[in-house]
Design a protein around this ligand. Sequence first.
Ligand code: XMP
Length: 506
Amino acid sequence: KIIILDFGSQYTQLIARRVRELNVYCEIHPFNHLPEFDDSVKGVIFSGSPYSVRQEDAPQIDLSLFHGKFPLLGVCYGAQYIAQHSGGEVVPSKIREYGRANLHYIDHNNPLFNKVGNLSQVWMSHGDTISSVPANFEIIASTDSVKVAAYHITGSQTYCIQFHPEVTHSTDGKQLLENFLTTICGCKQDWTPDAFIDTTIAGLREKLGNDLVVLGLSGGVDSSVAAVLLHQAIGKNLHCIFVDNGLLRKDEFEQVLDSYKHMGLNVRGIKASDRFLGALAGLTDPEQKRKAIGRVFIEVFDDAAHEVQNVKWLGQGTIYPDVIESVSVKGPSATIKSHHNVGGLPDFMKLKVVEPLNTLFKDEVRRVGKALGLDDTLLGRHPFPGPGLAIRILGDITPEKVAILQEADAIYINNLKSSGWYDKVWQAGAIFLPVHSVGVMGDERTYENVVCLRAVSSVDGMTADWSHLPYELLAKISNEIINNVKGINRVVYDISSKPPATIEWE
Ligand code: XMP
């Protein structure tokens, strides 16, 4: 495996994703929290950083642990740090080196630049620059304005680049990373979804033996893929629980439960709408609604988990980005615990936790799901918030409002699917607004509810843009909703981006 040491760059996860795309397993670790460096480590990558190496509080690391011991690739800050600590000099750049540039000089004899074309475009993003290097450094690439775009320390396996190979604007960045991984580190590129599945299943069998596991399915990709992996490893010893909180999309509980059963999962569906809607009655504050749903979910799940005798483990669909975040910023499972400040932990939370996907990125979960034979409709589903329609009904929630929103949302989503737009947008849904507006139907004046349609494009939900759905499609959906859903006389479309808006309305 490859270890990526994170100095805080916004691009660190991208480096990891590129390495994984090259079918090499890698892990991200904070620079100040080093993992064990055993024989399985084939190479180390230093990431960029928002700091300048000249700042007093800049991240520091003991280079003697790596230089000369492992093949080492320094990127941006990593390159400047290694230069500065090996006798070179780093100064503020006169012109800010930001954006596209071309490599006017490339040392094609250097293995790092194997198959990298002349004038290759690279992406620069730094305010400092390496101004001088000691005699044992070979400069292996330059742009017009950046002489030391890349260097190699003679006689070592330390290679450094000031540009960002992980960003797609560096057109040969992937080739360069591949050269580092294969030629320099000797990695085999055998980390594929199938290989992941085989080793994970073997590992789960060994870890779990004959133990029983409970797992909560949400209908989403992560919990489903985690369940299928566990199921292949331990079969009927996996007990899945799928809770109907009454806030899912129209008919979703039955459909998803059916598809889980078809997949052979040992799954129990629990209808608990009344408990959830009861707890939500009268609540209007979004955070209070979320808390109430979280609390009831834990109660319902705990009851169901108690019915599995002698269970030892709790299975979870946690994925890698959650893990990375929890190491570097927040501390583990901050959100789960917030539900439990009263009355102690419920029993299922005292179980040992098994998280088969906690080394995977979202797109890798999908690839693994596909290799496991999961249905495309399940793998391609839009994200859906845990509190479901409760945060898409602004203000207080009643069963009537849920029913109206389910109908409108179903018309919307079905039209997105039939027009081919469902797979083009990242997430879509209808929102029930807490206003009445006047309308006219036939000879009668109406005074009914407004539904807002939302559709966004996004990569990870952190930022989003509203989707430019065709007017004709919006017109068709609006007509269908107003003509078929009793209680709605007006449909609007949300044209706000995130930031400053958010994807959901609550
Ligand atoms: P926002 O509204 O913050 O949403 O732009 C970003 C993404 O997060 C989802 N979301 C939630 N998911 N529980 C969840 O499981 C929640 O309380 C929640 N709130 C927002 C939202 O659907 C979008 O994908």
